[in-house]
Design a protein around this ligand. Structure first.
Ligand code: HEM
Length: 129
């Protein structure tokens, strides 16, 4: 199968992933209804995010954690949502790519999702106490 090695590959992967996400029964509504995501704005950010994470290109300038707190404040972003996000991401990677970068994409997503899930839980506790 194809190696994950170029900006074009990242765009393909991210597009296929969010095509799944937007139609997904478990997490699609966070984008479609809670955040009312503007996909023309979101997708290029995600290309940059993954290009920075995987290829070390310093083009993503955002704060990936920060944007999830207001979503979490409206509707809890729970651990099972992150587990599902990772399941969709892993399936999309593995259906299309193989090799070291593909493995790294899955590995990094797992780590960030775990950290994000934890931070969202902590944020919910600190606002309800
Ligand atoms: C259930 C899990 C998740 C949900 C529901 C979710 C939802 C969202 C939403 C609604 C946005 C804002 C989009 C907009 O502009 O409307 C966003 C942005 C973003 N998400 Fe997530 N997310 C999840 C997990 C993750 C994970 C695991 C990662 C990283 C591996 C991630 C990385 C990002 C990044 C980089 C942005 C863009 C931040 C920026 O504006 O610079 N998300 N996400």
């Amino acid at each position: 199968m194809k190696k994950l090695e170029s900006r074009q590959d990242i765009e393909t992967l991210v597009n296929l992933f969010y095509n799944k996400v937007r139609k997904d029964d478990v997490i699609g509504f966070f984008f479609n209804e809670v955040a009312k995501t503007d996909w023309n704005n979101h997708l290029p950010k995600m290309y940059a995010f993954w290009e920075t994470l995987l290829f070390g290109k310093p083009i993503y300038k955002g704060n990936p954690m920060a944007v999830h707190f207001p979503v979490n404040a409206k509707v809890p972003l729970e651990k099972h949502h992150f587990a599902h996000w990772v399941k969709l991401w892993t399936a999309t990677v593995e259906e299309n790519f193989s090799g070291e970068m593909a493995d790294l994409a899955v590995y990094k997503a797992n780590n960030i999702a775990a950290l994000m899930g934890h931070k969202m839980e902590v944020a919910r506790k600190s606002t309800t106490d």
